[in-house]
Design a protein around this ligand. Structure first.
Ligand SMILES: [Zn+2]
Length: 190
């Protein structure tokens, strides 16, 4: 069901915009759950990656693991400092590596475990790669709280893609993921 509403553009022109009156049936939701053993295991690996990345001086404290057919396909961390690439977030690095390994551009049989809620850029990449499931630990606000740019916050629900995505998104209740930021504070450059 669509309804129309009139909007006025900056040059004063009236345009009719179609507005969905009911949510798109395929739209994503974020499930909040206590972790199953399986989810906890892979999220823990993503959190360990976050620590490894900082210890090696590769980047900031974020990790991402991609699971394919119940096996870890790639386990990555933020590489922005090592690669001198501001887009080398753990999630995008993991997507690139996973696509290389599977020799394709669709990750529709894969799940991603991210130590922290993905930023808008990474959420866009997750959408483009057709990942079927995203599980994350910390809220992006935990990263903002130690000085990360606030543009990383609300990366999932704040994007238009969120409303279009049929991706299953799970926010795990995992304090280990929230603790990463306090435990690594001062050990990396922002
Ligand atoms: Zn990102």
């Amino acid at each position: 069901m669509m309804s129309s509403e009139n909007k006025t553009t900056t040059n004063g022109q009236k345009v009719s915009v179609s507005v969905p009156s009911v949510p798109d049936p395929g739209h994503a939701t974020v499930k909040l759950t206590a972790s199953s053993d399986r989810d906890h295991k892979y999220l823990t690996q993503a959190v360990e990656e976050a620590y490894i990345g900082v210890e090696r001086g590769d980047g900031r404290p974020f990790g991402a693991v991609i699971v394919h057919k119940d096996k870890v396909l790639v386990s990555c961390h933020n590489m922005v400092l090592r690669y001198k690439d501001p887009t080398a977030h753990a999630e995008t690095v993991a997507i690139r590596e996973a696509c290389k390994k599977l020799n394709g551009i669709k990750l529709s049989e894969c799940e991603m475990y991210a130590s922290c809620e993905p930023c808008p850029m990474c959420f866009g990449a997750i959408h483009l790669s057709r990942l079927k499931r995203l599980v994350y630990g910390a809220q992006a606000e935990a990263a903002v709280a130690i000085g990360f740019n606030s543009c990383v916050a609300n990366g999932v629900k704040g994007t238009e893609l969120f409303h279009k995505s049929s991706l299953e998104i799970v926010k795990l209740d995992a304090s280990i993921a929230e603790q990463v930021f306090q435990n690594t504070k001062g050990k990396f450059t922002l």
